[in-house]
Design a protein around this ligand. Sequence first.
Ligand code: CA
Ligand code: CA
Length: 120
Amino acid sequence: MDPDAGESTYRSGIHTGTYVALTLNNAGEWTYAAANAPPAAQSLRQSESLIDTITVTDFDGATTAVTITIVGSNDLPVLSEGIAEVREDIGVDDAGSFTASGTLLVNDPDVGESSYQPGF
Ligand SMILES: [Ca+2]
Ligand SMILES: [Ca+2]
């Protein structure tokens, strides 16, 4: 609020934040639209957050900020399956056992969650 007549307005336009842009009109009404798809958003773990602070300016040049907290959700991983075939009398090891091996892949969008828990 500016006591000077006609100066209680914001400078409208698009203001760039770290993750997206904020659109502001002269009345101070703002809209923040973040794309849901980029890794910056999807890599957030459950309840992990990012903060985006965008500075805006009024008619006189005074500044204030809009602070947006982006809160993460747990994304489910995509897991591969293990399939193998063993045959009697073929590939028997020194202990007398059939053996098979392979690699299970895990792809989780959340940072640090693309791994298996040994023993489970
Ligand atoms: Ca996530
Ligand atoms: Ca996850």
